[in-house]
Structures are given as structure tokens and as C-alpha cells.
Design a protein around this ligand. Sequence first.
Ligand code: ADP
Length: 362
Amino acid sequence: MIKIEHLVKNYGANCAVDDISFEVEEGEIVGFLGPNGAGKSTTMNILTGYLSSTSGKALIAGVDILADPIAAKRQIGYLPEQPPLYPDMTVEEYLNFNYDLKGCKLDRRAHLEQICETVKIKDVRHKVIRTLSKGYRQRVGIAQALVGNPKVIIFDEPTVGLDPKQIIEIRNLIRGLGKEHTVILSTHILQEVQAVCDRIVIINKGKIVANEKTENISNVVADNRRFHVKIAGPQKEILSMLRSMPGIAYADALAERDGDAYTYLVESDFGVDIRKKLFYQLSERGWPMIGLESLGMNLEDIFITVVDKSEEHKSGRIAQTERTKRRGSKEKASLERELGANLYENAQRRRMESSLEEGEDD
Ligand code: ADP
């Protein structure tokens, strides 16, 4: 439904979008994620026909936005970060205005009624926009994007500035829209992608650094690999047991102490759920496990990882440990593993850096 092919945008000597290609299938909700200055807005602006590209193509439902902007724009509903509202109009007037502006041919009454139903603004239809809450104004912004029933809806940072309740409502609304429309939304909020999107495209410094189904990312997020384990007993011996236990990739003792119990950071090998084995082994030795907290991976870790990865691999900064090398040769490449391995390397590097900074010898 959306096809971006070798898209390049230069601002003078600055290359804002550097030869990116990706596709969004019909009915998919794709999150376009990246740090500030990554090239998100530039890409969105090209997609919506607001900017021209230096080279490459952007196709909406098969129509080239540069070659036939009017036909392509008919297929797009766009909600910019600042919704283009006229605060002195009522919601009803504003939607009618948009209907006329777009030259919509659908039955006016039924179509606008349907939109108000979908975005749940029927109760404020006759209110002046300036009197509405930010959440409602955002809904009205979404309503204007739906006028003309476009196949593709593009949202730029759709929940910025909303309160937590409004954020959940707008995310649910977007999820619902994904049933009938193809949706692309740009965001810097990682949880948003996880909550709403089927696929995630991450851009950094004008280049795509990840393009994956959210569930693949979520598997890593939900991965039972990192724990804080609180164990009663002699710290040195417990740590040495943890470090020598097959299935554990990394173990360290934390400063936290609770009576005769210490907390340890434990990371298992890929695909290994170490919890039960750890419980039995500790119990055999008479060292009771009195707490186990899964740390998981948050999207921030993943985000930093994929962004770091492209840079570090370029500059060759990652020094692989023997264990990671062995693991790498044993296992097939997949995003999950790759991200996991990379997270592991990153975690190790960060730990090394922080212990160097703190002057600890490990
Ligand atoms: P994002 O939306 O991810 O924050 P942008 O697409 O706005 O990123 O910007 C990408 C890069 O292009 C940045 O380095 C930014 O400074 C630059 N840039 C954006 N707009 C312009 C412009 N109109 N003129 C010159 N440089 C620009």
C-alpha cells in the first residue's frame, strides 16, 4: 500500500534521508521510530507530498506522489503533529469544511455521521473546537484525516501532549482504524509502537536500522533472560556457583543486602529459562532463593541497541567475548537472536564502562 524505494533527501550538503526503502502492506499499522533529527518528518513530508525528494520514489496505493500528487493525496488522510484545526468553528462546521475541501463524493450526512461514531465525538459535534479538551481536539484532528475514507492514514506523533487516559484512548482508536486502513505513525515513544503497531521501522541518521514485526521485538522485550535474584547464603560461593552453572551467561553480585541475603544479577543464555533449574540447584545447596524479579528488556534498550549497532559495527567498536563468538557460530541469525546478542554485548560493555568509571575492579 505504501512503497518507499531508494528515497534520498539532501538539504544542501546535509543528507537527511539516505537511500531508504520499505513497504507497508495493506491493513498494517507501522510505527516509524527514530531519535530527533533521524529523518522521520522529512520522510513523512515526502510521503504526504509536502516535500519533494532528491531521488527515489514514494508510492501510495501504486501512485507516485511526485508524478501524480493529487491522485496520491486522495488516498491519504494526514494528521500532523499540530492538528490543522480552526478553533472558531464547531466540530460539525469543521468536518463539513474538510468534506468540501477534499471534494468528497460520499454521502455527506452518512459519511460524517460514521466518522463521528468511529472517533467518538458525537457528543461534541455542535461545540466550538476551542472549548474542547486536548484529547477531544486530537479526535477531531483524526476525524478530518478520515474524511473521504482514505486508504492510508498518516499520523505524526499522535499522542504528544495528551494525558495518560487520553493516550490510551487515542491508541485504541488508532488500533481500530488499522482494521480498515493502512496506518503509518511516526513516534519517538517506544511503548506506543509496542501498544499499537504491527511492524516497526527504525530510522537513524537517515538510514533504516531495523524493520521488523513488533512481535519479534516484543519477544525480546518479554524475554526471560535477565533477573535480579535474592539468595540467602555466602555471597562469594553463591556467585561462583552461578558463574559456573551451565545456562547462565552472566552473573554478578549487587551491593544490595537484606540480612544474610544478597541480590545477584543473572543473565541466562539464549532460549534458556533458567528459573526452575536455579531454584532446585540453590535449594540443593541449602541456599534459599527468597526473591526473583524478571528484568526483561525494555524497548529503550532495544532502541539504543539497534541504533548503536549500526554505528558500532561501522566503527568496529564491539569486541565480541569468547562466549558470544561461540554462541554466534552455534546459532542461526534471526532478529531476536541478533538483538539479544547485541543487547548482551551492549550490556557487558556498559557494565565494563560503568565499573571503569567507578574505579571498581571486577
Ligand atoms: P526527525 O523528524 O526524525 O526529527 P527531520 O526529518 O526533521 O528528523 O530532520 C532530519 C535532518 O534533516 C536533521 O539533520 C535536520 O536538521 C535536517 N533538516 C530537516 N529539515 C530541514 C530543512 N528544512 N533544511 C535543512 N535541514 C533540515
